[in-house]
Ligand binder design. Structure first.
Ligand code: ZN
Length: 228
């Protein structure tokens, strides 16, 4: 922690020599991209994209999952089960989902950010957990509950891939599943239809530094280095 405190001291110095930049920044934000990614210490989007403060609005969670919008889920439950939904406290149960969505809805709908990037990464522990059966890791009960939402989307991928390629395939599938859930939010879907917001999906390889973006035409993730 000592080294980090020293870094914070030198950051104060950087503030002092870049006063105009930070004074402008203090008056408001207008980020270019909402990045949804994993909490993993090795996959920091500001580092991967060399982005200054104010450029990225970041929502991080284990595995960087975008749950189905809780509002839509709750309305479906209300239609199906009526008041019982309230009795069982679905809103409280969905708290984590609301938390993730608040950090997506706010920048897209309020700050009107025009790009959303869902960014997966290699060696993702959250996705590795999701590839196992629920309950196998008793010490990770809460994490297990969180990643459980993506398990149904990963099952067919795991059936199709051998052990060597399964982790990468599952990481990419989770990114696309999250991207699909963004379109279940009525406001975001409308902004995408009207061309006001674009959705992007990518995978970052920690060892090589390669970032591969999902190409809708080919249906594959294409590395930036292969584009020349
Ligand atoms: Zn991860």
């Amino acid at each position: 922690m000592g080294a980090l405190v020293a870094a914070m001291r030198s950051e104060r110095h950087r503030h002092a020599v870049s006063q105009d930049f930070y004074r402008d920044l203090s008056t408001g934000q207008s980020p270019d991209v909402v990045v949804i990614c994993c909490s993993d210490s090795r996959a920091a989007p500001e580092h991967i994209m060399r982005a200054d403060p104010g450029v990225l609005f970041v929502e991080r969670s284990v595995a960087g999952l975008v749950p189905p919008p809780p509002g839509a889920v709750e309305r479906a439950w209300l239609r199906a089960y009526g008041a019982a939904t309230r009795v069982f406290g679905l809103r409280q149960l969905a708290g984590a989902w609301y938390g993730a969505w608040a950090a997506i809805e706010y920048p897209v709908m309020h700050l009107q950010v025009s790009n959303i990037l869902v960014l997966g990464h290699s060696g993702c522990g959250g996705i590795a957990l999701a590839c196992r059966r629920r309950g196998e890791q008793a010490a990770l009960h809460d994490t297990d509950c969180w990643v459980d939402m993506v398990r149904p989307a990963l099952r067919p991928v795991l059936r199709q891939h051998p052990a060597e390629t399964a982790p990468r395939a599952a990481e990419e599938a989770a990114v696309l599943w999250s991207r699909g859930n963004l379109l279940k939010h009525a406001g975001i879907a409308r902004r995408v239809r009207e061309g006001l917001t674009s959705l992007h999906a990518a995978h970052y390889d920690i060892a090589s530094g390669e970032v591969a973006f999902y190409d809708e035409t080919s249906g594959e993730f294409v590395g930036l280095s292969s584009e020349g």
